[in-house]
Design a protein around this ligand. Structure first.
Ligand SMILES: [Cu+2]
Length: 158
């Protein structure tokens, strides 16, 4: 009589304990999982705005036209901006639209080149001004630089 009752009690008790242990383990895993996810989310949330902010605040955008005009019977090619000033580390974006003639745009020291061959089409170059100094942007078409088709990029120390 007693044995008949005790054995089922032991079995049920064991099952109950096993179930409790299993449940606790699952809970811990779930908690750990959540903790990990939260940590990752926090990292993303903390990092993302900083990156975006620094990028946006550092982009220096310039827009210029590129063309020639006749001065004293001679063609005078030129850029509408004769000088561009940025700070070291800035991401520089220069938009160039040729409105008259055939021209291009080059900065040797930053490996920047745009073949701005289509009239009235906006071309853009982008680079990081990672060194200070004064650099010349110019048109490589024969005779253009000598006749004025150039400007100065000034990169200042922070
Ligand atoms: Cu030119």
């Amino acid at each position: 009589m007693n044995k008949k009752i005790i054995i089922p009690v032991i079995i049920i008790g064991s099952l109950a304990i096993a179930a409790i242990i299993a449940f606790n383990k699952t809970n811990q895993t779930a908690k750990n999982g959540n903790t990990t996810n939260n940590a990752q989310n926090n990292n993303v949330a903390e990092t993302a705005p900083v990156v975006t902010e620094s990028k946006e605040s550092a982009v220096k955008e310039f827009t210029m036209t590129s063309f020639y005009e006749i001065v004293d019977g001679q063609p005078r090619p030129q850029y509408s901006l004769e000088e561009i000033m940025v700070k070291k580390g800035d991401l520089v974006r220069i938009k160039i639209t040729v409105t008259k003639g055939a021209h291009d745009f080059k900065i040797d020291e930053f490996g920047v080149y745009a073949d701005t061959k289509e009239l009235n089409k906006e071309y853009a170059v982008e680079f990081t001004a990672d060194k200070t100094g004064e650099f010349i942007y110019y048109c490589t078409k024969p005779g253009h630089r000598q006749n004025g088709h150039w400007g100065t990029l000034k990169v200042l120390d922070n």
